[in-house]
Write a protein that binds this ligand. Sequence first.
Ligand code: KIV
Ligand code: ZN
Length: 517
Amino acid sequence: MTQDTKNIKIFDTTMRDGEQSPGASMNIEEKIKIAQALEALGVDIIEAGFPAASKGDFNAVKEISSIIKKSQVCALSRASQNDIQSAADALKNAVQPRIHTFISTSELHMKHKLQLDPDQVYQKVIDSVSFARNLCDDVEWSCEDGTRTNLDFMCKTVEAAIKNGASTINIPDTVGYSVPEEFTHIISHLINNVSNIDKVTLSTHCHNDLGLAVANSLAGVKAGARQIECTINGLGERAGNAALEEVVMAIRTRNDLMPFETNIKTEQLSKTSKLVSTVTGFPVQFNKAIVGKNAFAHEAGIHQDGMLKNAKTYEIMTPESVGVSESNLVMGKHSGRHAFKQKVIELGYNVGDNAIEEAFENFKSLADKKKNLYDEDIAAIIEDQAIRVNDNITLIDLQVIAGTKGPQKATISLEIFGDTKEISSTGDGPVDAIFNGLSELIPHSAKLLLYQVHAVTEGTDAQAEVSVRLSEKGKSVVGQGSHTDTLVASAKAYINALNKLIVKREKTEPKQMSVTL
Ligand code: KIV
Ligand code: ZN
């Protein structure tokens, strides 16, 4: 029986369901970066997108399919031939492709959303799965709104999906309505009532509207599910999906109660979480389980005392097991090029010779400004540099007058497609003055949806990491910038977002390649 295995497949949908979070859109380069991080993390199946939804999604799935070799690459499709064909086309170069097709099966969805009767939906299950199976050896079928579906009808459709070639059956709690006992019951009911269920892997796909996504996923596993669909940081529609890091660490930490294993290299969890947060501009809440800033911090004196005597008194898992190490004081201004390069490699970055030279110069100038340099500072330098590689607009100089007497003033000098341009602007506060100046130099209609600052390390001399989300004509981009001066970091983040908008424009309107956004 498929249910007898101890291995739980981890199916990551950060780039599909996760991207459905309003404002969490990612560009193709960012998706490739995330896909590579998920592969390094040991994710079994990466759901890379929904190719029929947009050209961007199609291209992202196509690119990821040619790059990812160890993980399976999956594409989502509705129950139509067009969608399924589009998924198959996008997956053409994948080493291990999977088509994931779905249709709603609850009364509510069939009647009001699909306007189909159960017999018509049943026929669509047969048609869609068999069509997909003719195009791909690995087909997953999902009954959308599964937890509000009549169980007899669910058994009937699941049996048909298996008969027509599905090898994974996924049960979504689409609206995050279920509770653990109920989810266990649904999985057990399928195992006990569907004659061919032993031929497939059962899967969970739980949303977090009641904060029960992880609990429901684990309840499904206890009943016999052997695949969990989840996202990094629990990203996803509305309240999100089950958080990958939480389900994996729950299984690892409570292996006495859940004697299962996953292929996840848990030491990479923290790094992957940070990458997804940076790319999407969605901050990780401080007290978030596993990957929150405070997940391993001990503030109360009584806890600190216990920790010093034996870490197990207050720690159920080690910070190292999820890739959190003590903030390492790394180097200072006297550190050499070689030691710097070693440190960059140790932090897991693969940086070419020219880039390392530039990073070393940036490191030196940071060391002049900042007393203590930590691993996080080096990581911020490398990442800041990486996101600026193809920028057509760069910041040359920024001077700001701030203080209690407004209006505050910014003088900005930019290089725009090779030309130097300068402007002085005012605003209600220094950030407003900078953004007003940038908007005058590079006219655009994008709206500012998010402006967020966080400190890379402790202390008033810490580098600030700023994220800016801009939205234009329904498309949004996130820009980042870091610097010891928060205002410089803000300008860099806004400029980075504008650069991304230009790239987006060039792709959708290739004839209008100009600075005017
Ligand atoms: O939540 C859901 O039902 C989904 C399906 C497409 C699997 O995301
Ligand atoms: Zn979903």
